[in-house]
Structure formats: structure tokens, C-alpha cells
Design a protein around this ligand. Structure first.
Ligand code: HEC
Length: 93
């Protein structure tokens, strides 16, 4: 009985892990910058989830909120590049 429990827990754990690795950002310039700055506190599915309703202005506000409200340690010079990437690949169409 214990062995069964262990096995099913292991299966659940590996399924969850596989799921996590499927959340990938689209390829493009500054992708690594976004990945390294925006996946520190939460996964990048937050970006995907919000891509339906954020345009350039929306992403600008979002990134600034992460910096000013959430205290994301993002280099000021990198902000426009991050906004550019998010608008291009995850902007509202
Ligand atoms: C210092 C930690 C931190 C960093 C770094 C960070 N975020 Fe967040 N982010 C948060 C927190 C905290 C929330 C709110 C979570 C919640 O409401 O459950 C959040 C929420 C969000 C949301 C959901 C909408 C919202 O406003 O609640 C989006 C989209 C988002 N972050 C995008 C980004 C992007 C893009 C970056 C990189 C520029 C980033 N985050 C970097 C902490 C961070």
C-alpha cells in the first residue's frame, strides 16, 4: 500500500515538473532579458495570460508596476527593451 502511494506521488510530481518546462517564451530579441528579469518571482505564464489584453501602454504600465510596486530589480535601461519584446510577442492584437 505504501509503495503504491509513493509511486503515485512520484508520478504527480514528475507530471507537474514536465508542465512547468513547457511554459516557454517566444523566440525573439531580448527574450533572455525578459526570461531572466520576469521569471524571478512568478512563472512566465503570467505574461502569456495577460497577452490578450495588454497593448504597448499596458505592458509599459505592467513593467513599471513590477519595478515600483513589486520591487523587481530591473535595470532602468532594460525596461524599454523588455516592453518592446512584450509588445511585439505578447501584445494585444
Ligand atoms: C520582485 C518580484 C517580481 C518580479 C521580478 C516581476 N514580478 Fe510580475 N508580479 C509580481 C507579483 C507579486 C505579482 C502579483 C501576483 C498576484 O497578484 O498574485 C505579479 C503579477 C504580474 C502580472 C499579472 C498582472 C498583475 O498586475 O498582477 C504580470 C502580467 C506580471 N507580473 C508581469 C511581469 C513582468 C513582465 C515582469 C518582468 C518585467 C515581472 N512581472 C517581474 C512580482 C514580480
Amino acid at each position: 500500500m505504501n509503495q503504491y502511494l509513493f509511486l503515485s506521488l512520484a508520478l504527480i510530481a514528475s507530471a507537474a515538473f514536465a508542465d512547468e518546462s513547457q511554459i516557454k517564451l517566444k523566440d525573439g530579441p531580448n527574450k533572455d532579458l525578459v526570461a531572466s528579469n520576469c521569471a524571478v518571482c512568478h512563472s512566465t505564464d503570467y505574461i502569456q495570460m495577460n497577452s490578450v489584453f495588454l497593448d504597448r501602454k499596458g505592458w509599459e504600465a505592467e513593467v513599471n508596476k513590477m519595478v515600483n510596486v513589486m520591487h523587481a530589480p530591473i535595470n532602468k535601461d532594460d525596461i524599454p527593451k523588455i516592453v518592446e519584446y512584450l509588445t511585439t510577442y505578447y501584445g494585444k492584437q
